[in-house]
Write a protein that binds this ligand. Structure first.
Ligand SMILES: *Cc1c(COP(=O)(O)O)cnc(C)c1O
Length: 223
């Protein structure tokens, strides 16, 4: 169900307040946590309602859907678009054209394609490495055992455009060990951005060190 516009504004206020409270509980500054409003499957009117309510960071899963919704808003609104869905190599160029942050860098061939796309497009894009912390075969993300080598490889390729790590813990499991592992690994590599936590668990993620939370349903309603 799509939430009406007034609900989107109220939902955003409620989520922002929970974020601030979770940060304070964890002894952190509320400004340390950025809210990514995940607008996948929702119409552009929902994005406009969120923009009107002061939201400036959005997340989309699919390149095609992002291409239909966001470029037309660039002229009239300032925002950052994050791509948070598994990315095919042949979509790398479109992704670099559209996104400000690509959160799902997870394999050398994709890194090659994205590096080439950045070169061609001349756009400044930031990257996060997605880690498949649960080792789930159906999920994208680099495996934990391969993470250190891949992080080092991507630092070499992308330099300071590599900002941090992202994960989606297995459904129905306690997310804490996954969140803690990710925050710790980012710190060890000197990476400042830790993207973790969705509608069901963003407060826990903040307590475990998230600096980016990706929230869809709690803002825009169910899908
Ligand atoms: C859909 C999605 C979200 C948001 O999920 P909600 O449960 O609706 O908050 C966050 N991250 C990723 C990668 C997603 O695909």
């Amino acid at each position: 169900m799509n939430a009406p516009e007034s609900d989107i504004a109220a939902n955003l206020r409620a989520v922002r307040e929970k974020i601030a409270n979770a940060a304070i509980r964890a002894g952190r500054a509320p400004e340390d946590v950025t809210l990514v409003a995940v607008s996948k499957t929702k119409p552009v009117e929902a994005v406009l309602a969120a923009l009107a309510a002061g939201q400036t960071v959005f997340g989309e899963n699919r390149v095609q859907e992002a291409a239909e919704k966001f470029p037309g808003l660039r002229g009239s609104h300032a925002f950052d678009l994050h791509l948070i869905g598994g990315l095919q190599t042949n979509k790398a160029r479109d992704a670099v054209r559209l996104a400000d942050v690509i959160e799902t860098l997870d394999r050398p061939r994709l890194a090659d394609a994205l590096a080439a796309a950045v070169e061609k497009e001349g756009r400044r894009v930031s990257f996060l490495i997605e880690v498949n912390t649960g080792g789930e075969s159906q999920k994208s993300g680099v495996l934990k055992d391969d993470a250190d080598a891949f992080i080092a490889d991507c630092k070499g390729r992308f330099g300071t455009a590599l900002k941090g790590l992202m994960c989606i813990p297995p459904h129905g499991e306690d997310p804490r060990p996954h969140f803690t592992w990710l925050a710790d690994r980012a710190a060890r590599h000197g990476l400042g951005v830790v993207s973790m936590g969705m509608s069901a668990d963003y407060e826990i993620a903040i307590e475990c060190g998230a600096t980016l939370v990706r929230v869809g349903t709690a803002i825009f309603g169910g899908r």
